[in-house]
Ligand binder design. Structure first.
Ligand SMILES: [Zn+2]
Length: 125
């Protein structure tokens, strides 16, 4: 079930990246034969930067999803990282050490339960 969910997300991202890529090519071809004086290079590079940023964020997510698939393979998927890699006693996740299913379906690349994640954010761990 989780594997299918992750594979679906990976496919979605690949589609998105294709979209980003083709839309940025469209833009540059639009501008390429435009030699007029008032051609605004600032806007164009800003757009390229934006799609580049978006793309690197998507590919980060992709990498995390692939790691999640690996965790399914070695059967550590869905176990809170804090419990697994730090101190089992520190993990106060309600279903410790398991990350709740609904969270995993929503955030398939989650490595920690919400409790541990929030505590990390507050530097309590
Ligand atoms: Zn935890």
């Amino acid at each position: 079930m989780f594997r299918k969910n992750i594979l679906q997300k990976i496919e979605e991202i690949n589609e998105n990246m294709k979209g980003i890529r083709s839309s940025s090519t469209d833009e540059s071809s639009l501008f390429s034969d435009n030699s007029s004086e008032d051609h605004d290079e600032g806007t164009e590079s800003h757009e390229v930067e934006k799609s580049f940023l978006l793309m690197s964020r998507e590919s980060d997510y992709l990498i995390n999803l692939e790691k999640a698939l690996q965790r399914i393979d070695d059967e550590s998927y869905g176990i809170c990282e804090v419990y697994k890699e730090e101190d089992p006693e520190k993990c106060e996740c309600p279903e410790s050490p398991l990350i709740p299913e609904e969270r995993l379906l929503e955030v398939p690349n989650a490595t920690k339960g919400v409790f541990c994640k929030e505590k990390k954010k507050l530097n309590l761990l």
